[in-house]
Design a protein around this ligand. Sequence first.
Ligand code: HGY
Ligand code: MN
Ligand code: MN
Ligand code: MN
Length: 428
Amino acid sequence: SIHEPHSFQPTSLSVDAHTLQNQIDELSSFSDSPAPSVTRVLYTEKDVLARRYVKNLMELAGLSVREDAVGNIFGRWDGLEPELAAVATGSHIDAIPYSGKYDGVVGVLGAIEAIRVLKRSGFKPRRPLEVISFTSEEPTRFEIGCLGSRLLSGSENLANALKTTTDSQNVSFLDAARSAGYAKNENDFSSVFLKNGTYSAFIELHIEQGPILEDEGISIGIVTAIAAPASLKVEFEGNGGHAGAVLMPNRNDAGLAASELALAVERHVLESGSIDTVGTVGILELHPGAINSIPSKSHIEIDTRDIDEARRNKVVEKIHQSAIQITKTRGVKLSEFHVINQDPPALSDEAVIKAVETATRELNLSSKFMISRAYHDSLFMARLFPMGMIFIPCYKGYSHKPEEFATIQDMSNGVKVLALTLAKLSSQ
Ligand code: HGY
Ligand code: MN
Ligand code: MN
Ligand code: MN
């Protein structure tokens, strides 16, 4: 039975949305790129300032704060029965280069506000509630997405890889983590793994990063599944040489090999037969990068996703075949074909979906079931715990760019649905 105190009227929940907006604006000032863009990369000085800001807000909300070896930040509100498994919520505060100020942030600052909403309403949770700010959801610095949540979900090979991995400036993960005050006496990251049953449910509030809710005038998205992401790193090598002196028949241009592979990615995705298959070449670097020098090396990174894992894996396989084919037709060397990650999709938990749906109804908010084409920390939390996600509309679906925007009203709706869902899940 849900023994919420009698005074608990869903429609009485009041969100301090202006304070939330101010916090979002303040947090966005910790950035390595000029406003309105945000760039906040793992363990940089701006990331450390943002972490300090979030920890302070957690403490001001009466949460007890702790961090693990890689800097996942946990803010805990002990319930009436503190030994019970907590209900957790959270998202990320890192931001890819030149992106916006809402991706991830709404699910961290909004979650802290949801706790304050519940406290202001006099609600007392039976189960503890925890707000999590996950370390490095974005793949920016160490090339792997969801580093913090992937580790929390028990990824052995990530725990091992982190001992030796370095970033593009050859700074090791260990040194970077230590410069930010983490991984002190660690280099065994299995200490980060969460035990089964740590949480009774995990729920994430996030902007949709797509146009559907805004187009259809719907207030809340109830996520039923998260698409399966895969990322690849490919390098070609050729002889390079003088752009004027080497005649075309004598060339094995690594840059053209990469360009041909990029177009092959698009072709293999489009021939998958489904609109749900996507592929992107977001990084394409040529060496030496001089106008009059034939590229002797090319480095390309590929992101391909689908809600159907087998269909997505077929695209990865075809990309590999094309890379090999290109070495034959262009006489270049395939010096690297590395699958960085090839993750399965995640399904939301029925009971959590139900709790969100009931909350939207009690708050008289329109809602729609939908899949998430972007990945989130929820993709990994779903490996251990019943998961759910709450989407709010964002301007034209824009994300990963400075024009990213969510209205105060939509954020307030999202925080209310989160607060009510947390109340329900923590009373069960
Ligand atoms: O790429 C993604 O889906 C996420 O926003 N990092
Ligand atoms: Mn993102
Ligand atoms: Mn995000
Ligand atoms: Mn994401």
